[in-house]
Design a protein around this ligand. Structure first.
Ligand code: BGC
Length: 270
């Protein structure tokens, strides 16, 4: 057993959609544990560079890379770039995701395809390229007991239906089965695939739910722990799933949701 000072020392992590929100929080948490981090972004180089600067100011290693995860060639090019920069990749955090909300009868095919393209196809494309690299390299015991780790950022909405968000909920339900299926397929190759299912985390994606006192009060009714989550809460879970501390954990969704999945509406009813 090799004891490392930092849990992810010597490893390379790609975090997609890492210029803000949960992705930025996860990138910083992995860097703090010694991973060299690739901060992928689609449209905000300035924000990605701010995350990079923060990591560097704390002595970490980080680069930024622009790629739209729904585009096959851009994803292939990104992995090629990472191999040239760092030699390999050990950890993929499939985080890039978005919402385009609409009532079902008004949802356009464009809104549907856009969300499925990034939230589900994007996770497929990145996972596929990561797995090719993990299989090529195999286990290097000084780095990790696994040949590679994939963490899919899903949502409580992989199980909780969500009116007005059919595209988003369907994408997250899809992520759950993608994650479980490739976990089953790849466990014999020492590749671990798991998800994190965040609840309501204070990020730009859901600002309308928390940036007014009334909105926050309504939101807290759905959270038994009575606080909104922070990106750091997800970062800590990602460090655990990426490290050898979770070496025997395959194919789970770790919900980090303050108890949102406990059906708090039933607390004094039903
Ligand atoms: C959504 C957020 C929402 C949370 C809890 C997340 O997956 O992106 O907008 O606040 O689930 O409902």
């Amino acid at each position: 057993m090799i004891h490392k000072q930092k849990k992810l020392e010597g490893q390379v992590a790609l975090v997609t959609g890492a210029s803000s929100g949960i992705g930025a929080g996860v990138a910083k948490a992995l860097a703090q544990e010694g991973a060299a981090v690739v901060i992928n972004y689609a449209s905000s180089p300035d924000k990605a560079e701010m995350v990079q600067a923060e990591i560097k100011s704390q002595g970490g290693t980080a680069i930024t890379f622009k790629a739209d995860v729904s585009q096959e060639q851009e994803v292939i090019d990104m992995f090629e770039h990472i191999r040239k920069a760092f030699g390999t990749v050990d950890i993929l955090v499939n985080n890039a995701g978005l919402q385009k909300d609409a009532s079902f009868h008004n949802m356009t095919l464009e809104q549907w395809n856009y969300v499925l393209g990034i939230n589900l196809t994007g996770q497929f494309l990145c996972a596929r390229e990561a797995v090719k690299e993990f299989l090529r390299r195999g286990v290097v015991p000084e780095r990790s007991q696994s040949a590679g780790k994939i963490i899919c950022i899903s949502s409580v909405h992989e199980v909780i239906p969500w009116a007005g968000h059919a595209n988003y909920a369907a994408s997250k339900g899809g992520v759950m089965m993608l994650m479980k299926t490739i976990a089953q397929e790849l466990a014999p190759k020492k590749i671990r695939v798991n998800s994190i299912g965040p609840g309501a985390i204070r990020t730009p994606i859901n600002h309308a739910a928390w940036d007014t006192p009334q909105g926050l009060q309504n939101l807290l009714k759905l959270i038994p722990a009575k606080r909104i989550g922070e990106a750091e809460d997800i970062g800590k879970a990602a460090v655990w799933l990426a490290s050898d501390d979770s070496e025997y954990v395959n194919g789970i969704t770790l919900f980090v949701d303050g108890g949102m999945l406990l059906y708090p509406g039933f607390e004094d009813n039903g």
